[in-house]
Design a protein around this ligand. Structure first.
Ligand code: TYM
Length: 326
């Protein structure tokens, strides 16, 4: 069976973009692939975090995974920092990654501009991500478009390592949905919807109250003209709404364009809001049942045991190949 893996950072409540770009995909893949899903908490500390808040966000993200339909029987679910091999493997990979490669990562360029006094962890972050991926010999990495460059770097690192030391890693491929790979900000639809956005009106979070979600969608920036047509370059606002509709309804872009052919922007917004609110209400109901149950701990115990065994073997193999042994 082919394997798929992904992780999300526990920095604040995840957005509709994270849900559509990553979690919803995993809900689909869990029926066809051997699935690994973790909380990327080591990635989140590349930017300063409040410890209490971080711990609570980790738990909340795990509850959201389950509430969104991730089935613990079909996924290995774990917290990245509990698996000590990830950081160890990352170091071995760092010593096989070039400064120039990491300097070219667009996310690093963006984030280092926003946080002038950035940590070295922010710079080496993509290598840790490569470690997460390569440890499990996965076939696919389920990500949104913004993470594609990091998956490509993981491939480059793996190919180089294999050439130098022998066959150690499977070469993974990014797996992205046809639509919804990049959900845009509702206020500025030329920017991706991001947890760190400064304007909350542009971002839908899965635990926002549904009235405010409806308001944000009804207030979304649209474009000049009247036509409801998918054209991200000239009509980024309307295209983003169509993209959300398509991702949640399972309809094609063509079908959605046809449905709204003679309708106004306001009608599209209302229908998108109905779809989002319906889906979010269901997630929130399940979240409230799960967040205070013991279910999460048991799932994590199973997940960490399973993934540590695999990671230990990969770490030992890497060390041996590199000459790090008695
Ligand atoms: P993170 O936490 O920033 O985002 C989690 C996932 O959500 C996707 N995503 C989006 N998709 C569509 N539209 C958007 N607006 C949007 N915003 C975010 C991201 O592409 C991602 O798939 N480094 C990763 C976490 C990570 C990881 C890994 C992922 C660590 N190790 C190994 C895959 C494999 C990150 O920061 O994602």
């Amino acid at each position: 069976m082919k394997k798929v893996l992904t992780g999300l950072q526990p920095t604040g409540v995840i957005t509709l973009g994270n849900y559509i770009g990553a979690i919803k995909q995993m809900v689909k893949y869990q029926d066809i692939y051997d699935s690994y899903l973790f909380v990327a908490d080591l990635h989140s500390i590349t930017i300063p975090q409040d410890p209490k808040e971080l711990a609570s966000n980790i738990k909340s993200l795990l509850a959201l995974y389950l509430a969104c339909g991730i089935d613990p029987k079909k996924n290995k679910i774990f917290i990245q920092s509990e698996n000590l091999y990830h950081a160890n493997i990352s170091w071995l990979l760092e010593c096989n990654t070039y400064f120039g490669e990491l300097s070219r990562m667009t996310q690093f360029k963006d984030k280092s501009q926003k946080n002038k006094n950035f940590t070295s962890g922010l710079f080496t972050y993509p290598v840790l991500m490569a470690a997460d991926i390569l440890t499990y010999d996965v076939d696919y990495v389920a990500v949104g478009l913004d993470q594609k460059q990091h998956v490509e770097l993981a491939r480059d690192i793996a190919i180089r390592f294999n050439k130098k030391f022998g066959d150690v890693f499977k070469i993974p491929e990014p797996l992205m949905a046809q639509e919804g790979t990049k959900i845009m900000d509702l206020v500025d639809p030329t920017k991706k919807m991001s947890k760190s956005s400064t304007n909350p009106k542009g971002v839908i979070r899965l635990l926002d109250d549904v009235d405010s979600i409806r308001k944000k969608i009804m207030g979304a920036t649209t474009d000049s003209g009247m036509e409801i047509k998918y054209d991200p370059e000239n009509k980024p606002g309307v295209s983003n709404l169509i993209n959300i509709y398509v991702s949640l309804s399972g309809k094609t872009i063509k079908e959605v364009e046809e449905m709204f052919k003679d309708k106004k922007y306001g009608e599209l917004k209302k229908e998108v809001a109905d779809l989002v609110v319906n889906e979010v209400l269901d997630i929130q109901k399940k979240y409230n049942e799960i967040i205070n149950s013991d279910e999460i701990n048991k799932i994590l115990d199973d997940g960490i045991k399973y993934t540590c065994e695999i990671a230990k073997k990969k770490f030992e193999l890497m060390k041996n190949k590199m000459g790090l042994h008695r």
